[in-house]
Design a protein around this ligand. Structure first.
Ligand SMILES: Cc1cc2nc3c(=O)[nH]c(=O)nc-3n(C[C@H](O)[C@H](O)[C@H](O)COP(=O)(O)O)c2cc1C
Length: 256
């Protein structure tokens, strides 16, 4: 019993260390400072079928009043049966991780959310159940092209998503579930061991935009951090080391 308490205290101490600022202490050279090449701004396409996404969101947005969106934002866990349109999905992808511009000589991307050092160390994956024009399956967002790439099918997608999300059954009832992975080296290249705290801070910005954007198109979402790490990485075909899931969120038409 004592050993378990000590182990727990040690784990908590280590995790609190991660929360504290690493800046100002002993400087360790990052790979960028050592002159190593920069990793890609986004994960390159893997050769799967490409689906281009609409870029005009005029009919998707039903409420653009900022005050209303902030006032009414809430976690939504019950969704209508309705499918999402491709335009709605495109809007959500763009407002969370779309690329607005490229800084310098392909040094960094500028996106609708802030990110420490503009590293944007995330990839977006989707488990699609009901989106007009898309077959069911797993997709990867290509932010530089604003396109989707089809990764593949999953025989029992609803069961697989439910299991991966720790049996939160309501989540796999949504027409689409967003998964955000981290590609840590994109940030480590620049900030070495100081990157991990800021990557987690950055993830929050992405999720808040997903909440507000979902509401703007008459949909709802709910942030999910309770998932089975290995199951969710397997579902998205990620190696779990150089890339792994850190956040998830189903999106569907609000049921009220
Ligand atoms: C980091 C984080 C993780 C969360 N994980 C879950 C989750 O796994 N399951 C769930 O039902 N809600 C989850 N939530 C939603 C919270 O329970 C919700 O935001 C909170 O109850 C406040 O409600 P509100 O978002 O409607 O204001 C999470 C929220 C955050 C920010």
């Amino acid at each position: 019993m004592k050993r378990m308490e000590e182990e727990l205290a040690e784990r908590i101490r280590r995790n609190r260390m991660l929360m504290k600022s690493g800046f100002g202490g002993e400087e360790l050279e990052s790979d960028q400072q050592r002159g190593l090449p920069q990793p890609p701004l986004a994960k390159p396409p893997s050769g799967g079928e490409r689906i281009s996404l609409p870029e005009d969101f005029a009919t998707a947005v039903v409420s653009a009043d900022y005050w209303t969106l902030v006032q009414e934002r809430k976690s939504c866990r019950v969704y209508k049966e309705d499918a999402l349109t491709l335009e709605q999905l495109s809007f959500l992808l763009w407002t969370t991780q779309g690329v607005k511009g490229i800084r310098g000589n392909r040094y960094a991307t500028i996106r609708p959310v802030p990110s420490a050092g503009a590293r944007h160390p995330f990839e977006t994956y989707l488990a699609v159940f009901r989106v007009e024009g898309l077959r069911e399956g797993i997709y990867h967002y290509l932010p530089l092209e604003h396109a989707l790439e089809y990764i593949g099918e999953e025989e029992h997608l609803e069961e697989a998503v439910t299991f991966a999300l720790c049996d939160q059954k309501w989540a796999a009832k949504a027409p689409v579930t967003f998964f955000y992975s981290a590609v840590p080296y994109r940030s480590e290249w620049r900030y070495s061991d100081r990157s991990h705290r800021v990557m987690l801070l950055d993830a929050g910005h992405v999720m808040q935009n997903l909440y507000l954007s979902s509401h703007a198109i008459g949909c709802g979402t709910c942030a999910i951090a309770a998932f089975e790490q290995e199951a969710v990485d397997r579902l998205l075909r990620l190696d779990g080391e150089e890339e792994f899931v850190i956040y998830a969120a189903p999106v569907g038409v609000q049921s009220h």
